[in-house]
Design a protein. Sequence first.
Length: 335
Amino acid sequence: MLLRDKKRLLITGGAGFIGSCFIRYTLQKMDVEKLVNLDLLTYAGNLSSLVEVAKDPRYVFVQGDIVDAALVEKLCTEHSIDTIVHFAAESHVDRSIEDPLAFFETNVRGTLQLLEVVRRLPHIHFHHVSTDEVYGSLGPTGAFSESSAYKPNSPYAASKAASDHFVRAYAHTYGIFCTLSHSSNNFGPYQCEEKFIPHMITRCLQGKTLPVYGSGKNIRDWLYVEDHVEALWAILQKGKKGEVYDIGGGCEKSNIDLLQEIIALVARYTGEDVELLSSYITFVKDRPGHDFRYAIDSSKIKNELSFQPQHDFSYALEKTVLWYIEKQQKVEAIS
């Protein structure tokens, strides 16, 4: 299979956790002629994650909303964009339970507006970044795959499922070049601190309670963010039109077991007592509709695109904890 050169990229949500990692990866390691980052800079947007590439002459940042189709089309035309990688999304389940309409606006309407632009500019390859949560919840065995039925259980998952369906429908009806991916739970540096791993690390460092939903037995498959973005680049280069690729980390952990690993690492590098940090664990009322388990079968992307994660989970978690410790130390030094 011949590799496709994808050199002029529009990234939506590029100031977010995964989007910023993708931008750093592509500008530093890949042959990119132009990269335009369109981000509204809401609470989850963080331009400090892009300081190291901000002065790259190939990089352009534009603050704006994906719902603004006129702006998106202008950027695509002005910069001769040939590929859109769509990260921009509201992604926190708890927030979706509190305000579902915000998730519809960004995740569904925003995606639909982007697809309308691509319908008018059909030379563009549109890649939609989605989540394993569209498949619902697993029991103690089995794994999701590209053929799994959609059974979203939270407003967030429902909004991503709806956007997935629009992507598929536009590809089928209008013949535009779309690919789609679902990933398992990501982690790594620069992640918003409302997410489980950075939330727990930060609260350990601050000596605060560590709230765990229910019994802490819910299981997630963890994927280091750098592995995720490498998988996305493989899809852009070798993925087939209209295909779906599921990206898993192959590392299942219960929330409580993962938290104990985080506590052990924080204690090792700060000198805090493990038993003291463990005493901060507080079991709280479970999240409404909390999915029990996620797991992904990544056979398709491995067999068809020769991709598999390269980062050992323990090493990646240690690297992540050290990053947040350093961040906290910088905050304390300033204050």
